[in-house]
Design a binder for this molecule. Structure first.
Ligand code: HEM
Length: 127
């Protein structure tokens, strides 16, 4: 099948749905989400559509502090690495073009930033 552009809300919803379907099945990531999100998937997915449309479509529908919610989760570098790998895999499976490239590069940067920050805070026992 021809790969699509990641340049509208419908495409972002498709990507996010596909990605989290995979995350939920993943032995490393799945249990963490199950523990925190439980039956609240609709709210989480809606938040993630907004997060990605704010980054990729410049819609400005998300204005949270994404790192903060991860600060207290029982996760480390290998969780972030897996998250980024799965995300890139899903983007490349279905999409191509400048928005898809941007999604991949933003995911890599976010993954590194979250990893470094969490590592630093965990090592320094800071709040
Ligand atoms: C760099 C990679 C990641 C990005 C960009 C990211 C992004 C986000 C964003 C934007 C939210 C919504 C925050 C809000 O409430 O405003 C969120 C929530 C959440 N993320 Fe991540 N995430 C990443 C990695 C991970 C990983 C590796 C895990 C766990 C294995 C994880 C677990 C969660 C959970 C459980 C929530 C819901 C927290 C809650 O509602 O209390 N995330 N994430």
């Amino acid at each position: 099948m021809e790969k699509a552009s990641l340049n509208n809300r419908e495409a972002i919803e498709f990507l996010v749905n596909e990605f989290y379907a995979e995350v939920r099945k993943d032995p490393l990531l799945g249990p963490v989400f199950h523990e925190v999100i439980g039956d609240n998937w609709d709210a989480h997915l809606e938040k993630m559509y907004r997060f990605w449309e704010t980054i990729l479509l410049n819609v400005k529908s998300y204005n949270g502090s994404p790192f903060k919610v991860h600060r207290s989760l029982p996760i480390d570098n290998k969780h972030f690495q897996r998250w980024v790998d799965l995300f890139i895999k899903k983007v490349n499976q279905h999409f191509r073009g400048t928005h898809a490239d941007e999604a991949v590069s933003r995911a890599k940067t976010l993954g590194l930033t979250f990893s470094y920050k969490k590592d630093y805070l965990d090592k320094n026992q800071t709040n």
